[in-house]
Each structure stands twice: as C-alpha cells, then as structure tokens.
Design a protein around this ligand. Structure first.
Ligand SMILES: [Fe+2]
Ligand SMILES: [Fe+2]
Length: 243
C-alpha cells in the first residue's frame, strides 16, 4: 500500500484504508475531515505529525515499520498511544463482539450446544486478554515511564537508586498465548460451528474477530519491536552508569 504523507488529505487516507478510522480516533481525531490534510489535522490537535504518520503507515503496511525512525520518538508518546488502544479494546471492540454474541445466542436455538462452546471460548479469551492489558497498565507502562524519567540527564543521579531489575520479555510470550486463543476462537466459528444458528450474525462476529486480530497484531508489534528495545537500551545505559 502507498505510504501516507503529511500533505495528503485525511479523507483520502480513510478511503485507502478504512480500518484506520479507530486508529485515528485514538489520537482524539473524529470524523468530518472535510478537505483538511493530515498535517492540518495534526496541528489542530497538537499531535506530532511524524509520530502520527509512523503509526498509521505501520498499520497499513506490515513490512513498513520505521523501527529506527520510531525509536527517536518519545517513549511517552508511544505509551500514551498504547494506553488509548487498550481503552478501545476494552470499551469498544470487545463489548461490540460481546453484543453480537449475545444476539447470536438469542436468535439461535437454545439446544445448539456448539454456540455454548463459542461463548465459553470467548469468555476465556476475554478474561486472559483483559488481564494482560491490566498487567501492562499497572506494571509495564508505569515502569517504562519511570525508566524514561530516570534516563533524563538531570534526574539520572537522583533517581537511579530506584532502578529495579525487571524484564519486559515475558509480555512477548503473553502476546503469543493471546494470539493463539483468538485464533482458536475464530476457528471454532469457521470450522466447527454446527446445528441451527444465525449465519449473518455469525459472519459479523468473524469479521470483528479478524479486525481485532489485525489491530492487536499491530499493537503487539509496537510493544515488542519498538517499546521493548528502547527500554532495554535505556536500562542498559542506566545500569552502566550505576556500575
Ligand atoms: Fe498492550
Ligand atoms: Fe501487550
């Protein structure tokens, strides 16, 4: 897909990839762009346009991840974006899938046992997924913010004592587990659903699950490939100073 640039109209970016709508919303930008360019809108909302472009281009192009460019961005900006994404999963996307599931159960025969299995898998996935989001918000992100503060030249000497040994690597394993659970959930619907059920609602659920998968893939990539290496670098440098 063609890379989006600052001079491009925001509406054209959406026409090129409508999946960007929720991504753009995370920056506090809502629909009704008129003829405004990406640059216009970013400056109106006080958003760093380079960071914005890196995020939306990475979303549309799996092979384009400006890892080296993104590393120059403040980790604080990245964490803020990640938190917004969590909020979107928790408050919008997961509840919307949940509502569709309720509708599916309501409209299908109560005797259909395969739907109970779908619901059970969804509940397990949701529980694990939300627990992961919570762990990142209560442990990982505050840690990253703390490391970032310590890394600032003026504060290094004052706060370095607080440095605790901590590894972000465990989150990579958690991402894999959650991805697997989501894949299983999709497969139950695609391969094993049986009996009497509402096909249209079922298809809508599958669409939403694929959309969630794509969004999560992008999100985890930022956490694993962007945030983690920057933090590792900062940790390394801080420990060197301490020694
Ligand atoms: Fe996350
Ligand atoms: Fe994560």
């Amino acid at each position: 897909m063609k890379l989006l640039t600052a001079k491009m109209k925001m509406a054209d970016a959406i026409h090129a990839n409508y999946l960007l709508i929720p991504v753009i919303n995370r920056f506090g930008i809502s629909l009704g762009f008129g003829e405004k360019t990406i640059e216009n809108i970013c400056s109106e909302h006080d958003i760093d346009v380079d960071f914005f472009l890196a995020i939306i281009n990475a979303f549309g192009n799996k092979n384009y991840f400006p890892e080296s460019r993104l590393q120059t961005f403040s980790v604080i900006m990245i964490v803020k974006y990640l938190k917004k994404t969590h909020q979107y999963y928790r408050e919008t996307l997961i509840p919307s899938i949940e509502n569709l599931l309720e509708l599916l159960l309501e409209k299908s025969s109560r005797k259909n046992k395969s739907l109970a299995v779908v619901k059970k898998f969804f509940d397990e996935f949701k529980k694990e997924f939300f627990a992961h989001l919570k762990r990142e918000e209560s442990i990982t992100f505050p840690y990253v913010e703390e490391i970032y503060k310590m890394y600032q030249p003026v504060q290094k000497s004052i706060k370095k004592k607080k440095l605790i040994s901590y590894s972000m690597k465990i989150y990579k394993a958690e991402h894999d587990e959650i991805d697997e659970k989501l894949y299983d959930l999709k497969n139950i619907l695609i391969k094993y659903i049986s009996g009497d059920f509402d096909n249209a609602i079922c298809s809508a659920i599958i669409f939403e699950l694929f959309r969630l998968e794509k969004d999560m893939e992008d999100h985890s990539r930022i956490e694993d490939n962007i945030l983690m290496p920057i933090v590792a670098e900062m940790e390394k440098s801080l420990k060197l100073i301490k020694a």
